[in-house]
Design a protein around this ligand. Structure first.
Ligand SMILES: Cc1ncc(COP(=O)(O)O)c(C=O)c1O
Length: 433
């Protein structure tokens, strides 16, 4: 009798539970679909990514030259794991000049390869598996950092009535069990900002809780305060930060900051954080082990550039004007469509590079007889019929039924905005209730 010899089987590839459950960026997924259409030759107005078309919004010329010069001077070996001293000093001076914040370059500032490694290392330094992290929805990427650190999320739904900024009363019911509150102003995706009172009340809540925890010898509540857009504010709005407002917040606040947005330098990869030196020291070790440093030549160049505040101010003046012009044009366009009777609207832009747009189109029927059921179908309809690509707020953790969308102006050409609005008008005219 013949015996069957079982073929030995090599083990199949299996990844960690964390990696298994990690999902890619929803925004980049949508952007990928849009790029596929562009690759096939379609003309798409792509307002999805929080990035700049660097032919429309190039780096400051001096910074570009400084980077080239740094490479020519062979600044190409490992940087120190907390960043080159000259850059930490320049950041410290720049922070004082722009915000009156006083952070020591020797142990309270760390440099990394953009803002993302700062966020990751802050989560890692502060969060134990199972700890609660509270953040508003919509917001940018907190869900992914939660997955990476096995934290538990408390999502606070922010509404249009509050300009999509979370309020102290939203946070209060959860404050007793939270380890980290992650906030951002000006906020991605909404382009809206904390008012003085809004941030003041949240800080007060955190401090009250930390007095309680202090008395009981417990780990405090921390605030991750992402201000990467703080220099991109418009129309008389003011950016507030927790530490200038309440010096007692200093020990509990970890700032997220960097050049990606305010110098139109998303690909240059230089970010930084300021905070309590014990926390910064741990973030330094984490960033060091990951090797998520900013490239050394870029660090040397940014140090030189930031120290020339008149250059930065001049660049920012023009850059902000150009961004605001686009935001305002789109805002006016959507307001006009609203006045024409379409179910669309927008929130007046305050900061960052985003316009928050409301499209109450779910339930309407297309000319082909399909019904728009949710924000994803609205997004696809506008992409197919108007060739305009926006990101629904579900990509930022809001419900799929949310009628809100993010429009990023980083790739917008001013002279094309009337055509964009007209294409939207034609697509909207084809919809029936
Ligand atoms: C609020 C916010 N924080 C951080 C980042 C990441 O910045 P970086 O490109 O420097 O990693 C972004 C990028 O979109 C952002 O919108």
């Amino acid at each position: 009798m013949e015996t069957m010899i079982e073929k030995p089987k090599l083990a199949e590839v299996k990844v960690s539970g964390m990696a298994e459950h990690l999902i890619g960026s929803e925004i980049l997924k949508i952007a990928g679909e849009v790029n596929e259409k562009i690759r096939k030759g379609e003309k798409i107005y792509n307002f999805t990514v929080g990035d700049f078309d660097s032919n429309i919004f190039p780096l400051p010329e001096e910074l570009k030259n400084d980077i080239i010069e740094a490479y020519q001077h062979n600044q190409t070996n490992y940087p120190p794991s907390d960043g080159v001293l000259a850059l930490r000093q320049a950041v410290s001076r720049y922070l004082f000049a722009t915000s009156e914040l006083t952070y020591s370059p020797s142990d309270e500032i760390i440099i990394a390869g953009g803002a993302r490694p700062i966020i990751y290392s802050a989560y890692r330094a502060l969060i134990d598996p199972g700890d609660y992290v509270l953040y508003p929805v919509p917001s940018w990427n907190n869900n992914h950092y939660i997955s990476l650190t096995a934290a538990r999320a408390i999502e606070v739904e922010a509404s249009a009535a509050n300009n999509f900024m979370p309020a102290a009363e939203d946070i209060k019911p959860h404050i007793g069990k939270v380890t980290l509150i992650s906030l951002c102003s000006p906020q991605n995706p909404t382009g809206t900002m904390f008012t003085h009172k809004g941030l003041h009340d949240i800080c007060q809540l955190i401090l009250e809780e930390n007095y309680r925890r202090g008395a009981e010898g417990l780990k405090p509540v921390y605030l991750l305060y992402d201000q990467v857009y703080y220099q991109l504010t418009f129309a008389g709005t003011t950016h507030y930060n927790p530490v200038t407002m309440f010096p007692e917040m200093r020990n509990y606040t970890v700032f997220v900051d960097g050049i990606s947005k305010f110098l139109a330098a998303t690909g240059v990869r230089v970010g930084w954080s300021m905070g309590n030196k014990q926390i910064i020291d741990k973030m330094k070790s984490i960033i060091g082990h990951v090797g998520a440093w900013a490239p050394k030549a870029e660090q040397v160049a940014v140090a030189k550039y930031l120290d020339n505040i008149p250059h930065v101010t001049k660049f920012l003046g023009r850059f902000k004007e150009n961004l605001y012009e686009r935001l305002e044009e789109f805002y006016k366009g959507f307001t006009q469509l609203k006045e024409e009777g379409f179910k669309v609207n927008a929130i007046r832009p305050q900061g960052a590079i985003y316009l928050t747009v409301n499209l109450e189109l779910a339930g309407m029927k297309t000319a082909k007889g399909d019904t728009l059921t949710d924000s994803e179908s609205v997004m696809r309809y506008l992409l197919d019929e108007a060739n305009v690509a926006l990101v629904p707020f579900y990509a930022f953790g809001a419900s799929g039924k949310s009628p809100w969308f993010r429009l990023s102006v980083g790739t917008a050409k001013v002279n094309e905005i009337p055509d964009v609005i007209n294409r939207l008008r034609i697509a909207l005219q084809q919809l029936k209730a």
